[in-house]
Design a protein around this ligand. Structure first.
Ligand SMILES: Cc1ncc(COP(=O)(O)O)c(C=O)c1O
Length: 346
């Protein structure tokens, strides 16, 4: 006897990376930013007026929308605020997919997408990337109502050129959601596409580039018709007053943001080189993590690192079993990881 819908009863829920209580663990497993958020964010949090909490927040987050619109060269009406980028993914699957309206995406990618399809009870069409993680041509031919391309992709850290995404948007009859949770660390992004395509939605997150994973704030950028449709189905006050105020302060501090990103990119290059010297195959990363391919199954390595107090991410799937996904940490954390790997005899 179950009270749940059949698909929910059978569902294996999304498995988030571990969040250990032990502060001594070196956490390189969930792509958090190793540096603190902007001092302007801390200032906003210290000075929250209780009056702001007594009242409901702005339902559409208009002050944040105006600030973000200015940065991206779009209108505030092109932006929807969400409770993390994950909420935007969930809203889109709810809005566009159904039993006869598929969700399509290239694989391997963010492992939340198939879970959202199962919750919505819609078909999930998975098109494998090739070895170089080029955009699969077949993705344009799935007839899906919603196609998601994670760019830069997780967990591969690879990047598809924006002109290829433009061609895909042009060919698709349905909506193309470009998950740019990691775009802050890449050389290019797809925001310009929303001017030419009324079927493109861009996802942005403050969890990675802005060091605010704990705040739970993200946003979508799209043609205003798509934004208005998504607004119809969101919770009335999906982004809370504290998150809206802190997120606005974060995106407005451009100097702090770009310094933070540059520090991570520099460390990313050093980490990549050091892992390659130890014998890992590491493709160029366009994100704040690297994918390190070992010469055989990497599960033992993952477990040994965990026992040594260093958490990285491992998936036991055919395409990923020989790989570790390692978040770029501080110089000290990255050095500790390399030292530990050397201690294992590499
Ligand atoms: C590819 C990708 N998209 C979206 C998200 C969601 O980010 P958040 O909900 O923290 O904004 C994540 C988080 O790890 C991610 O890896």
């Amino acid at each position: 006897m179950t009270y749940f819908r059949d698909n929910i009863e059978k569902l294996d829920g999304y498995v988030p990376g571990e969040q250990p209580a032990d502060a001594d663990v070196i956490k390189l497993n969930t792509n958090e930013n190793p540096y603190p958020p902007s001092p302007r964010v801390i200032d906003v949090l210290r000075n929250i007026n209780p009056e702001k909490l007594r009242k409901y927040p702005q339902p559409f987050g208009d002050e944040f929308r105006t600030a973000a619109a200015k940065i991206h060269g779009v209108s505030p009406e092109n932006i929807i605020c969400t409770n993390g980028g994950d909420e935007l993914l969930s809203l889109c699957v709810r809005a566009f997919c159904a039993a006869d309206r598929a969700l399509a995406y290239p694989v391997p990618t963010y492992s939340l997408y198939p879970v959202l399809a199962k919750i919505e009870n819609c078909p999930a069409v998975e098109i494998p990337f090739d070895e170089q993680f080029n955009l699969p041509a077949k993705l344009a031919k799935t007839h899906a109502a919603l196609t998601i391309v994670c760019n830069p992709n997780a967990p591969s850290a690879t990047f598809v050129p924006i002109n290829e995404l433009a061609s895909l948007a042009d060919e698709l009859n349905g909506v193309l959601l470009i998950d740019e949770a990691y775009a802050d660390f890449a050389e290019d992004n797809a925001i310009r596409l929303i001017k030419d395509f009324d079927n493109v939605i861009i996802l942005r997150s403050l969890s990675k580039g802005y060091s605010l994973a704990g705040l739970r704030f993200g946003y979508g950028i799209a043609d205003r018709n798509l934004i208005n449709g998504l607004i119809k189905i969101k919770d009335s006050y999906n982004a809370d007053a504290i998150a809206l105020a802190a997120a606005k302060a974060a995106v407005e501090d451009r100097r702090y943001f770009s310094d933070n990103i540059e520090k991570i990119k520099a460390e990313r290059n050093r980490l990549t080189e050091n892992l390659r010297k130890l014998g890992f195959k590491v493709a160029r990363s366009h994100t704040n993590f690297v994918q390190a391919q070992w010469r055989s199954d990497a599960q033992e390595l993952y477990e040994k690192l965990k026992s040594a107090g260093i958490l990285v991410r491992y998936w036991k799937s055919p395409q990923l079993a020989d790989k570790l996904r390692i978040t770029v940490g501080t110089a000290r954390q990255n050095d500790r990881l390399i030292e530990q790997l050397k201690n294992f005899g590499f």
